[in-house]
Design a protein around this ligand. Structure first.
Ligand SMILES: Cc1cc2nc3c(=O)[nH]c(=O)nc-3n(C[C@H](O)[C@H](O)[C@H](O)COP(=O)(O)O)c2cc1C
Length: 169
């Protein structure tokens, strides 16, 4: 069997449901960078490692390669607009939505208010992989929200539906 074409590959990937994240960092000049990513995955429990894949063509790519820390904000189901906004290039990404940045004495990468969870990571590795770079982060701190997550499936956003009310609580 051979891979017929790129479209078939994309169609196969579209059958896999995932969550949606905003990955964010702040550069040495204090400028914030971020992008929407569905390629988030856990990697290791001990140490606690996660990954996300970033396109080499992304405007934020140089900033993430330089970053010593980044945050992965797992979106809640009412944050579709944030997902769409951070997938746009050349816009003021951080203006329209509420983020926390820590204090001037103790800053941290941008954490999105209302996320299902935010993971603060120290950058461990960056592996080139085709037209993307695999960013590996070690999770230093976690903030848990209580909102249900946003789901991305078949090129669209979905909300989880449960058979029973109890299963969601
Ligand atoms: C649901 C969704 C998931 C995405 N997942 C990824 C991803 O995992 N990696 C990636 O590099 N881009 C992904 N993108 C595209 C980027 O968010 C988009 O290209 C963004 O503009 C890149 O940021 P920048 O070029 O402004 O740095 C995704 C877009 C959407 C809408």
């Amino acid at each position: 069997m051979t891979l017929q074409d790129n479209q078939t590959f994309r169609d196969a990937l579209a059958t896999f449901p995932s969550g949606v994240t905003i990955v964010s960092t702040t550069d040495a000049e204090g400028r914030h960078w971020g992008f929407t990513a569905s390629s988030f995955s856990s990697v290791s429990m001990n140490p606690p490692l996660v990954l996300v894949c970033l396109a080499n063509a992304a405007e934020s790519h140089p900033a993430f390669l330089q970053a010593s820390r980044f945050a992965i904000n797992i979106l809640s189901q009412d944050q579709k607009d944030v997902a769409m906004h951070f997938a746009r290039k050349g816009v003021d990404k951080f203006g329209p939505h509420e983020f926390r940045y820590g204090t001037p004495d103790d800053p941290h990468p941008p954490m999105l208010a209302g996320s299902a969870a935010s993971l603060l990571c120290s950058a461990r590795d960056a592996h080139p992989a085709g037209d993307h770079t695999v960013l590996i982060g070690e999770v230093e701190a976690v903030e848990l929200g209580n909102a249900p997550p946003l789901v991305y499936y078949n090129r669209g956003f979905r909300e989880l539906v449960s058979d029973t009310e109890e299963a969601l609580s």
